[in-house]
Design a protein around this ligand. Sequence first.
Ligand SMILES: N[C@@H](CC(=O)c1ccccc1NC=O)C(=O)O
Ligand SMILES: [Zn+2]
Ligand SMILES: [Zn+2]
Length: 209
Amino acid sequence: MSRIWDISQPLHTAVPVWPGEPAFALHSHAVIGDGCPVNVGGMFTPLHAGTHGDAPLHYANDGASSADCELDAYIGPCVLLDVRHARGRVEIADIDWDAIEGSERVLLRTYECFPHDQWDSDFTAIASDVIARLGAMGVRLIGTDAASLDPEQSKTLDAHQAVKAADMRILEGLVLDDVPPGRYELVALPLRIVGADASPVRAILREIA
Ligand SMILES: N[C@@H](CC(=O)c1ccccc1NC=O)C(=O)O
Ligand SMILES: [Zn+2]
Ligand SMILES: [Zn+2]
Protein backbone atom coordinates (compact mmCIF):
# COMPACT_ATOMS: atom_id res chain seq x y z
CA MET A 1 0.00 0.00 0.00
CA SER A 2 1.59 3.34 -1.02
CA ARG A 3 1.94 5.91 1.73
CA ILE A 4 -0.60 8.72 2.06
CA TRP A 5 0.18 12.12 3.58
CA ASP A 6 -2.80 14.13 4.84
CA ILE A 7 -1.87 17.73 3.98
CA SER A 8 -5.11 19.24 5.32
CA GLN A 9 -5.59 21.47 8.34
CA PRO A 10 -7.91 20.12 11.05
CA LEU A 11 -11.10 22.23 11.10
CA HIS A 12 -12.22 23.28 14.58
CA THR A 13 -13.53 26.37 16.34
CA ALA A 14 -10.02 27.78 16.86
CA VAL A 15 -8.72 27.27 13.33
CA PRO A 16 -7.02 30.54 12.30
CA VAL A 17 -9.12 32.51 9.81
CA TRP A 18 -8.51 35.57 7.68
CA PRO A 19 -8.78 38.78 9.78
CA GLY A 20 -12.42 39.85 10.02
CA GLU A 21 -13.82 36.47 9.02
CA PRO A 22 -16.14 34.69 11.46
CA ALA A 23 -14.89 31.59 13.24
CA PHE A 24 -15.50 28.03 12.17
CA ALA A 25 -18.39 26.61 14.20
CA LEU A 26 -19.75 23.12 14.77
CA HIS A 27 -23.36 22.81 15.94
CA SER A 28 -25.25 19.93 17.53
CA HIS A 29 -28.76 19.46 16.15
CA ALA A 30 -29.58 16.17 17.91
CA VAL A 31 -27.98 13.78 20.40
CA ILE A 32 -28.54 10.09 21.06
CA GLY A 33 -31.00 9.45 23.86
CA ASP A 34 -34.66 9.97 24.81
CA GLY A 35 -35.90 8.22 21.70
CA CYS A 36 -33.37 9.86 19.42
CA PRO A 37 -31.15 7.21 17.78
CA VAL A 38 -28.54 9.53 16.33
CA ASN A 39 -26.12 12.38 16.90
CA VAL A 40 -26.58 15.01 14.21
CA GLY A 41 -24.44 18.09 13.69
CA GLY A 42 -24.02 20.99 11.35
CA MET A 43 -21.26 23.49 10.72
CA PHE A 44 -20.45 27.01 9.65
CA THR A 45 -17.14 27.66 7.95
CA PRO A 46 -15.63 30.60 6.09
CA LEU A 47 -15.02 29.22 2.60
CA HIS A 48 -11.32 30.16 2.82
CA ALA A 49 -10.78 28.68 6.28
CA GLY A 50 -8.20 25.94 6.58
CA THR A 51 -7.06 24.01 3.52
CA HIS A 52 -9.14 25.12 0.59
CA GLY A 53 -9.32 25.75 -3.11
CA ASP A 54 -10.13 29.17 -4.50
CA ALA A 55 -12.65 29.09 -7.32
CA PRO A 56 -12.19 31.56 -10.21
CA LEU A 57 -15.29 33.34 -8.87
CA HIS A 58 -13.15 34.51 -5.96
CA TYR A 59 -11.16 36.93 -8.13
CA ALA A 60 -13.52 37.45 -11.09
CA ASN A 61 -17.27 38.01 -11.10
CA ASP A 62 -17.56 35.92 -14.27
CA GLY A 63 -15.41 33.12 -12.84
CA ALA A 64 -16.60 29.59 -12.21
CA SER A 65 -17.87 28.71 -8.74
CA SER A 66 -16.61 25.72 -6.79
CA ALA A 67 -19.55 23.70 -8.09
CA ASP A 68 -18.62 24.45 -11.70
CA CYS A 69 -14.85 23.89 -11.62
CA GLU A 70 -13.49 21.05 -13.71
CA LEU A 71 -12.01 18.52 -11.29
CA ASP A 72 -9.01 17.27 -13.27
CA ALA A 73 -6.70 20.07 -12.06
CA TYR A 74 -7.21 18.93 -8.47
CA ILE A 75 -6.26 15.28 -8.94
CA GLY A 76 -3.09 13.91 -10.52
CA PRO A 77 0.70 13.99 -10.45
CA CYS A 78 2.32 16.97 -8.72
CA VAL A 79 5.71 18.17 -7.56
CA LEU A 80 6.36 19.54 -4.07
CA LEU A 81 9.16 22.13 -3.79
CA ASP A 82 10.78 23.42 -0.61
CA VAL A 83 11.03 27.22 -0.85
CA ARG A 84 11.54 27.95 2.84
CA HIS A 85 14.55 30.05 1.82
CA ALA A 86 12.21 32.60 0.22
CA ARG A 87 11.89 35.86 2.18
CA GLY A 88 8.56 37.70 2.08
CA ARG A 89 7.62 36.55 -1.38
CA VAL A 90 8.59 33.56 -3.53
CA GLU A 91 10.55 35.02 -6.44
CA ILE A 92 11.78 33.51 -9.72
CA ALA A 93 15.25 32.97 -8.22
CA ASP A 94 13.79 30.98 -5.29
CA ILE A 95 12.51 28.15 -7.47
CA ASP A 96 14.31 25.12 -8.89
CA TRP A 97 12.68 25.32 -12.31
CA ASP A 98 14.30 22.10 -13.54
CA ALA A 99 12.52 20.19 -10.75
CA ILE A 100 9.14 21.30 -12.14
CA GLU A 101 9.74 20.17 -15.72
CA GLY A 102 6.65 18.43 -17.06
CA SER A 103 4.56 18.72 -13.89
CA GLU A 104 1.06 20.17 -14.19
CA ARG A 105 0.64 20.71 -10.42
CA VAL A 106 3.16 22.55 -8.23
CA LEU A 107 3.02 22.78 -4.43
CA LEU A 108 5.28 25.19 -2.54
CA ARG A 109 6.35 24.76 1.08
CA THR A 110 7.16 28.13 2.65
CA TYR A 111 6.83 27.32 6.36
CA GLU A 112 9.42 25.75 8.66
CA CYS A 113 6.48 24.87 10.93
CA PHE A 114 2.87 25.43 9.89
CA PRO A 115 1.12 27.98 12.21
CA HIS A 116 -1.79 25.82 13.37
CA ASP A 117 -2.57 27.89 16.46
CA GLN A 118 -2.41 31.51 15.36
CA TRP A 119 -3.07 33.66 12.29
CA ASP A 120 0.12 34.62 10.46
CA SER A 121 -0.21 37.99 8.73
CA ASP A 122 3.33 37.74 7.40
CA PHE A 123 2.91 34.59 5.35
CA THR A 124 5.14 34.21 2.28
CA ALA A 125 3.28 35.30 -0.86
CA ILE A 126 4.12 34.31 -4.44
CA ALA A 127 5.29 36.84 -7.04
CA SER A 128 2.99 37.20 -10.04
CA ASP A 129 5.85 36.58 -12.49
CA VAL A 130 6.41 33.19 -10.83
CA ILE A 131 2.75 32.35 -11.48
CA ALA A 132 3.01 33.60 -15.07
CA ARG A 133 6.11 31.47 -15.72
CA LEU A 134 4.41 28.41 -14.20
CA GLY A 135 1.38 28.97 -16.40
CA ALA A 136 3.57 29.35 -19.48
CA MET A 137 5.16 25.96 -18.64
CA GLY A 138 1.74 24.30 -18.63
CA VAL A 139 1.23 24.22 -14.85
CA ARG A 140 -2.52 24.01 -14.13
CA LEU A 141 -2.54 24.18 -10.35
CA ILE A 142 -0.45 26.11 -7.80
CA GLY A 143 -0.66 25.10 -4.14
CA THR A 144 0.86 26.76 -1.10
CA ASP A 145 0.96 26.31 2.66
CA ALA A 146 0.37 30.05 2.98
CA ALA A 147 -3.11 31.47 3.54
CA SER A 148 -3.02 33.27 0.20
CA LEU A 149 -0.96 33.68 -2.97
CA ASP A 150 -0.94 37.45 -2.40
CA PRO A 151 0.11 39.43 0.71
CA GLU A 152 -2.61 39.92 3.29
CA GLN A 153 -2.87 43.64 2.55
CA SER A 154 -2.85 43.30 -1.24
CA LYS A 155 -5.69 45.11 -3.01
CA THR A 156 -4.52 44.30 -6.55
CA LEU A 157 -4.13 40.52 -6.00
CA ASP A 158 -1.44 40.35 -8.66
CA ALA A 159 -0.75 36.63 -8.18
CA HIS A 160 -4.44 35.74 -8.32
CA GLN A 161 -4.79 37.83 -11.49
CA ALA A 162 -1.84 35.96 -13.01
CA VAL A 163 -3.62 32.70 -12.10
CA LYS A 164 -6.73 33.99 -13.86
CA ALA A 165 -4.73 34.94 -16.97
CA ALA A 166 -3.28 31.42 -17.14
CA ASP A 167 -6.57 29.73 -16.18
CA MET A 168 -4.80 27.92 -13.35
CA ARG A 169 -6.36 26.62 -10.13
CA ILE A 170 -5.32 27.35 -6.53
CA LEU A 171 -4.92 25.47 -3.27
CA GLU A 172 -4.11 27.45 -0.12
CA GLY A 173 -3.51 26.53 3.51
CA LEU A 174 -1.84 23.19 2.77
CA VAL A 175 0.13 21.56 5.59
CA LEU A 176 3.45 20.41 4.08
CA ASP A 177 5.76 20.21 7.13
CA ASP A 178 6.11 16.42 7.08
CA VAL A 179 6.34 15.78 3.35
CA PRO A 180 9.74 15.50 1.64
CA PRO A 181 10.13 17.46 -1.60
CA GLY A 182 9.41 15.31 -4.62
CA ARG A 183 6.73 13.98 -6.91
CA TYR A 184 3.42 12.64 -5.66
CA GLU A 185 -0.17 12.05 -6.66
CA LEU A 186 -2.38 14.91 -5.43
CA VAL A 187 -6.04 14.56 -4.52
CA ALA A 188 -7.76 17.72 -3.26
CA LEU A 189 -11.28 18.01 -4.64
CA PRO A 190 -13.44 21.08 -3.95
CA LEU A 191 -16.99 20.49 -2.73
CA ARG A 192 -19.81 21.06 -5.21
CA ILE A 193 -21.01 24.25 -3.49
CA VAL A 194 -23.21 26.23 -5.87
CA GLY A 195 -22.21 29.89 -6.07
CA ALA A 196 -19.16 29.47 -3.81
CA ASP A 197 -15.93 31.41 -4.42
CA ALA A 198 -13.90 28.78 -2.56
CA SER A 199 -14.32 25.37 -0.97
CA PRO A 200 -12.74 23.38 1.81
CA VAL A 201 -10.80 20.40 0.45
CA ARG A 202 -9.41 17.24 2.06
CA ALA A 203 -5.98 17.37 0.47
CA ILE A 204 -3.72 14.33 0.36
CA LEU A 205 -0.51 13.30 -1.33
CA ARG A 206 0.11 9.69 -2.26
CA GLU A 207 3.52 8.24 -3.03
CA ILE A 208 3.91 7.38 -6.71
CA ALA A 209 4.92 3.72 -6.87
N1 LIG B 1 -7.59 32.64 1.05
C1 LIG B 1 -8.11 33.87 0.51
C2 LIG B 1 -7.96 35.03 1.43
C3 LIG B 1 -8.72 36.19 0.97
O1 LIG B 1 -8.44 36.68 -0.07
C4 LIG B 1 -9.75 36.75 1.84
C5 LIG B 1 -10.51 35.94 2.61
C6 LIG B 1 -11.47 36.50 3.44
C7 LIG B 1 -11.69 37.85 3.42
C8 LIG B 1 -10.91 38.68 2.62
C9 LIG B 1 -9.95 38.11 1.81
N2 LIG B 1 -9.17 38.81 0.97
C10 LIG B 1 -8.97 40.10 0.95
O2 LIG B 1 -9.60 40.91 1.56
C11 LIG B 1 -7.36 34.10 -0.80
O3 LIG B 1 -6.25 34.56 -0.83
O4 LIG B 1 -7.89 33.76 -1.80
ZN1 LIG C 1 -8.45 31.38 -0.54
ZN1 LIG D 1 -6.42 32.87 -2.84
